[in-house]
Design a binder for this molecule. Structure first.
Ligand SMILES: Nc1ncnc2c1ncn2[C@@H]1O[C@H](COP(=O)(O)OP(=O)(O)OP(=O)(O)O)[C@@H](O)[C@H]1O
Ligand SMILES: [Mg+2]
Length: 226
């Protein structure tokens, strides 16, 4: 079964009674373990597309199916549950809770699920923190970490519930060249190891050759670019 399918996805907004199209009739299919890159100009609709694919935003028309189920007809509760179990998110601005330490931040998504026991969740979180090289920093607060380190916490957090898809919107947008490279490698390697599909938005076209699918977002649609 296709992991994620977008069917004729369109999104517009209305400004001063004028309809402004952002995306029109977008179709794509993503399977387990796929590495999917979206790139394109600023304002092209990349983040909007990611919000639609992950159910954070409702399409104007069309639908998104995750594991064969339409997320657009799910109740708010069912959708929140599905998102917590099946999807992981990494954003440009890390999105860590400032008052929680590193380990508590990584454990947060496990507190709203019933896949893992408390003990297994902690073991999984510690194992991921070791893989992202932060095993010595588990008691630190986010403000005591560099940007690259904070993003590594966010990556561990995105994987903790064993999701089937990770959405990453410009995960290296706030980092210098060296840290960007490290974070991208980490994401690509962990996605492969965990057999999770990775949906990545990037401005850096040098990474596209590592994708199993690459799309340029523009002219209200997506266009294969590899
Ligand atoms: N509800 C809304 N009201 C007004 N404008 C909107 C709304 N939703 C999206 N837009 C516009 O849609 C366009 C696409 O935005 P989006 O954030 O998806 O672009 P992007 O490709 O992610 O750009 P960037 O590379 O800068 O992050 C932008 O021009 C944005 O201003
Ligand atoms: Mg964006």
């Amino acid at each position: 079964m296709t992991l994620l399918e977008a069917r004729n996805l369109s999104y517009h907004y209305t400004l001063a009674k004028k309809k402004i199209d952002i995306l029109k009739n977008v179709n794509c299919e993503i399977n387990r373990g796929d590495i999917v890159f979206f790139h394109g100009a600023s304002g092209a609709g990349k983040s909007t597309l990611m919000y639609l694919l992950s159910g954070l935003e409702k399409p104007s028309s069309g639908e998104v199916l995750i594991q064969g189920k339409s997320i657009n007809t799910m109740s708010t509760n069912t959708k929140a549950n599905m998102r917590n179990h099946e999807l992981g998110f990494v954003f440009q601005h890390y999105g860590l809770m400032p008052e929680l330490n590193v380990l508590e931040n990584v454990l947060l998504p496990t507190q709203m699920q019933n896949k893992l026991s408390t003990k297994d969740a902690k073991q999984r979180a510690l194992q991921l923190l070791e893989q992202v090289g932060l095993e010595d920093r588990i008691k630190h607060l986010p403000k005591e970490l560099s940007g690259g380190e904070q993003q590594r916490v966010a990556i561990a957090r995105s994987l903790v519930n064993k999701p089937s898809i990770i959405f990453a919107d410009e995960p290296t947008g706030n980092l210098d060249e060296e840290n960007s490279g490290k974070i991208m490698e980490l994401l690509l390697n962990l996605a492969k190891q965990e057999q999770v599909a990775l949906i990545l938005i990037t401005h850096d076209t040098r990474w596209l050759k590592r994708g199993s699918q690459c799309y340029q977002v523009g002219n209200h649609g997506i266009h294969t670019s590899n």
